[in-house]
Design a protein around this ligand. Structure first.
Ligand code: URA
Length: 197
């Protein structure tokens, strides 16, 4: 195991040992930590696992995940090129929204994940993860716009996107999200060019 893998495994162990969100832990089948490339430059952050994610222990494997895969592909990315996780790592019962308390409790563990992975770009999917990186903002006003954020001493670019589940059955949101995804590939290209210089 690489050092990064060991450190990420430690986060999982700490969540279990510290009995984080015990009510969610009781009803959930799995703790869903994340999946993908732990050396990726880009990390996607959703809200919380749904039914399929809880069953499989993996993020975004249900209908919203299939849509996410499609948009990644259109943007020239594969799932294995990026890392995907959620702010809350247990499924809330009946797919209710995660509570403010649950988000706050899981936040330090997400910060630790990001400090280990060290991405250049964080893409928030939906308002639940956006509000932690870009507080007091409205997703309708800032979706698709990259913002430089000083995060725990490192500069990252945060790109807030609509949640794929919200866009799945709403034609105009869907078009907006696909559009924003295409902008994402331009943002990545610019960052890669900067890296080469
Ligand atoms: N929605 C999310 O926010 N995360 C998942 O992992 C699946 C659906």
């Amino acid at each position: 195991m690489s050092d990064k893998q060991i450190l990420l495994e430690q986060i999982r162990a700490d969540i279990l040992n510290n009995n984080i969100c015990p009510d969610l832990a009781k009803t959930a089948m799995n703790l869903v930590m994340g999946s993908g490339d732990i050396n990726a430059d880009i990390v996607f952050i959703g809200e919380a696992p749904g039914k399929k994610e809880d069953e499989q222990g993996l993020p975004f494997v249900g209908a919203a995940g299939k849509f996410l895969d499609k948009m990644l592909m259109q943007a020239g990315l594969a799932r294995s090129d990026v890392y995907i996780t959620n702010i809350v790592k247990y499924r809330p019962p009946n797919n209710r929204d995660p509570s403010p308390e649950e988000k706050k409790t899981f936040w330090p563990y997400l910060v630790r994940q990001l400090n280990i992975i060290q991405p250049k770009i964080v893409v928030t999917l939906g308002r639940h993860s956006m509000e932690y990186f870009l507080p007091d903002q409205k997703i309708s006003a800032i979706h698709g716009q990259p913002t430089n954020v000083a995060f725990d001493g490192t500069d990252i670019v945060v790109v807030p996107l609509y949640h794929p589940a919200a866009a799945l059955y709403n034609g105009s949101l869907r078009a907006t999200l696909i559009d924003d995804f295409m902008k994402l590939s331009t943002i990545i290209e610019i960052l890669e060019k900067e890296k080469e210089q």
